[in-house]
Design a protein around this ligand. Structure first.
Ligand SMILES: C[S@@+](CC[C@H](N)C(=O)[O-])C[C@H]1O[C@@H](n2cnc3c(N)ncnc32)[C@H](O)[C@@H]1O
Length: 246
């Protein structure tokens, strides 16, 4: 796996073009990001009074979809160029530069924390510490909305091979039970899960788009077939009494 400098450089290079990867719904890959975002927002059930964090802000796209009345929004990312790009898109957010493994936020300071499309880009060794940090910064009863790539999905395995061959991008997948165990050790338990994407998504044909939409609609909460999906989005709550306050 890449070292921290390589990962940082990877995101510096991608910062100029990241938003473009979101704007064409006629591609399966971009449609997936939109569906993931909509699913995450649905799971979060935001309340007007919430203090909301987003770890790994990308282009800041999430912020455009938050209700106007959330009380505070904080975006954390380790890449200054990504923060810069996000700030140009959405300015009314408190952006903080920092890593997932050592979040620059106070213990128990957030009601909801989103972490979408991030753990797959981290060194897998760092993920347990990052999830501990996510639990720490949430208040007891607060919600972590986390997405990850499902290592058990046959579609995911196929896509990994094709994407690695095409672009050399490294992306780490996880067994859901492993993520579940790390969450448990961090004092969180999964309340809801959603299963997204049942195709390799590498051909932008109308048929592929249609199939992706139909399967996503029908299997998103199906605990029997859903676990075959490439992407999981989970809502985990921090157990009362599991976090020691500063
Ligand atoms: C694929 S983008 C996802 C962006 C956004 N959450 C979305 O759903 O589109 C991953 C983001 O996570 C950031 N990131 C990756 N590893 C990180 C880490 N260890 N700590 C903080 N940010 C990280 C990258 O700079 C990038 O902005």
């Amino acid at each position: 796996m890449a070292d921290a400098d390589e990962l940082w450089e990877y995101w510096r290079k991608r910062s100029d073009s990241y938003e473009e990867r979101y704007v064409d719904p006629s591609t399966v890959l971009e449609r997936e990001k939109r569906v993931r975002l909509a699913t995450a927002l649905e799971l979060a059930q935001l309340d007007g009074a919430d203090t909301v964090g987003d770890l790994g802000v990308g282009s800041g796209r999430l912020f455009a979809h938050l209700p106007d009345n959330v009380s505070q929004i904080i975006g954390v990312d380790f890449s200054a160029p990504m923060i810069q790009g996000a700030r140009e898109n959405i300015s009314n957010v408190a952006y903080v530069q920092g890593t997932a493994e050592s979040l620059p936020l106070r213990t128990g300071s957030l009601d909801v924390l989103f972490c979408l499309g991030v753990v797959g880009h981290m060194n897998s060794d760092a993920v347990p510490a990052a999830i501990d940090e996510m639990a720490r910064v949430l208040r007891p009863g607060g919600s972590l909305i986390l997405s990850f790539a499902n290592a058990r999905s046959p579609f995911r395995r196929l896509r990994r091979v094709c994407i690695a061959a095409r672009s050399g991008t490294h992306y780490t997948t996880y067994r859901p039970e492993y993520i579940e165990e790390i969450l448990r050790q961090a004092g969180c338990h999964i309340r809801s899960r959603r299963y997204l994407t049942y195709s390799t998504g590498l051909l932008d044909t109308q048929a592929n788009l249609w199939l992706a939409a139909v399967l996503d609609n029908h299997l998103v909460t199906n605990d029997l077939l859903g676990p075959l999906a490439m992407t999981w989005v989970v809502q985990a709550s921090v157990r009362e009494g599991s976090v020691a306050f500063d």
